[in-house]
Design a protein. Sequence first.
Length: 117
Amino acid sequence: MATDDKSDDSSQELNEGRSLIGETLKKVFATGVSAAFMTEENIRSYLSELKLPKEVLNLIVQSANKSKDEVTQRVSKEITQIMQRIDWVKEISRFAESHKFRISAEIDIIKKKDEKP
């Protein structure tokens, strides 16, 4: 019977260890996916409760920064390509034809105070 208790305990510890590793991996993966929208400080605080080694944490932060840079470059490139395809003169002309412009201004003239000592 004592042997069965030990095997049950070790089996339970093994399952708990796997569960902890699984949860850690899920959290690290979720951080990697959302890292494009997080600062380095946010990533570090988010992962701090996992008690990861400093080297692993630094590697994750570096990867997140690299991913963030890649996403930014790709989005910038796509936006630039879209902007280059737009015929701005045509679009502004079409806008101006269907809209009326009203300009309002208010001017106040205020006398200066004499600044004599």
